[in-house]
Design a binder for this molecule. Structure first.
Ligand code: HEC
Length: 129
């Protein structure tokens, strides 16, 4: 009986660990933005925050969670507090994205290409462009 209990404990623990990690991507898979491609905050980044089915502003709207990712508010909410211009990898905004290590599970993750754009935008100086 004790053995059975231990078996159940071990398998539920490993299931628990599995469920924590199944929706997280491997950072090594994030591609680099091709040389010469300029990432635009307004055209490339903001649309990522307000997609149907992956709407960050359901929570990031100044009521539930910071930063505020609504159109027109997002840049000033992200910059400068959450980014180190030129260093996407060490920027809090990148490190906590859904798909990297978002503080809570939100039922979706950003794609590697979306994450690559966000990282690339910070690497390129996190400009309001
Ligand atoms: C279901 C609600 C919800 C959704 C949807 C959501 N988030 Fe969050 N997010 C949170 C909460 C809650 C926190 C923790 C806030 C805190 O610690 O103050 C958080 C934290 C973060 C942080 C870290 C902020 C900090 O202060 O360290 C980032 C970056 C972030 N979210 C980005 C996003 C992006 C980008 C999206 C959309 C792709 C998104 N989140 C979708 C609820 C959500």
């Amino acid at each position: 009986m004790k053995k059975l209990f231990r078996l159940a404990l071990v398998s539920s623990l490993s299931l628990l660990c599995f469920s924590c990690y199944y929706d997280e991507l491997y950072i090594e898979e994030i591609p680099e933005i091709p040389e010469g491609q300029i990432v635009s905050f307004n055209d490339d980044i903001q649309p990522i925050f307000i997609q149907e089915g992956k709407d960050c502003t359901a929570c990031h709207d100044a009521s539930v969670a910071n930063p505020d990712l609504r159109e027109g508010r997002s840049y000033n909410s992200i910059f400068p507090d959450y980014v180190i211009p030129g260093d996407g990898e060490n920027s809090e905004f990148y490190q906590k994205l859904p798909g990297i290590d978002h503080p809570i599970s939100v039922g979706f993750v950003l794609s590697v290409d979306e994450i690559a754009l966000i990282k690339g935008w910070i690497d390129q100086g996190a400009e309001n462009n």
